[in-house]
Design a protein around this ligand. Sequence first.
Ligand code: AMP
Ligand code: MG
Length: 342
Amino acid sequence: MATVLGIESSCDETAAALVTDGRVILAQRIASQDEAHRPYGGVVPEIAARAHAERLTPLIEATLADAGMTLADVDAIAATAGPGLIGGVMVGLVTAKALAMASDKPLIAINHLEGHALSPRLADESLGFPYLLLLVSGGHCQLLLVEGVGRYRRLGTTIDDALGEAFDKTAKLLGLGYPGGPAVERLAREGNAKRVPLPRPLVGSAEPHFSFAGLKSAVMRAKVSGHHDDADIAAAFQQAAIDCLIDRSRRALHGAGPVSALVVAGGVAANQAIRSALEALAAEHGLPFVAPPLGLCTDNAAMIAWAGIERLGQSDPLDTPARPRWPLDPTAEAVRGAGVKA
Ligand code: AMP
Ligand code: MG
């Protein structure tokens, strides 16, 4: 049996986990920084980096203790090496390097997005390649054809905001606090989406890309108009987002060739309404729908440890850089409008 220690610190979750090649999570700990960032309505990179630096080492010790293990018992140390907020990534990667050197174990530098992309295979051993992955998180919104470990073809991406970001900004507008996704989903259950007309950006366009900046602005106009109930706005926003996700995913399925499943990952995949809509889309195509359990959707270290298991045998040099940007598909071309923040 092989065991990998995984470390995650790319955003506002400090996390460590021990995962075996038998798909068992022996232990995992996550320290959320929600409280520290709440006053600002979003993640403040400097605060995040300091919190990671304070918490990571005791967190790793506690995770090892939970499993009754020491570093001598692990086969490799896998850490997120990017993409993400660079201060946090450096804390996790430097810690992993120190542990790897001290214990003479291999270091495996993991792309955080690969962690998300492979996490469904930790939960479901029957999931084989290739599969179509909708990765929806606070920082990303992409459709990826996952052809194998390290083999990803980006079919679509957002040209402006990530969907999680749009959920968070909608929550802020409606005074729901941070993080906003779960709060918007709860409020949406009480509203009627039909009462607030909102746009469906890029729906029907040829390439399966996304855009959420215009939707966000429309939500703001609906709110300041004073004509709408907050619950109706939340419901309308969520429904518009779902319509975009489904149209774009359907487009990607048509262009992707044969796939074994439709898979969703990332923090926004915790949204039950989004899950149900994707499940129906998969059924429409006669495909299984795979979504990792909620705890594996948001940032966590079990998915990093699992990516380490998938890459066992790899050993990265101790001068491996932390990378703020690290596309999963290096051949994917920049999309017109991408990077332009609304
Ligand atoms: P991640 O970047 O993968 O850690 O995911 C965090 C993002 O997921 C944040 O933008 C959250 O607002 C969003 N999120 C979490 N839960 C939900 C939910 N139930 N519905 C929509 N978005 C969510
Ligand atoms: Mg993430």
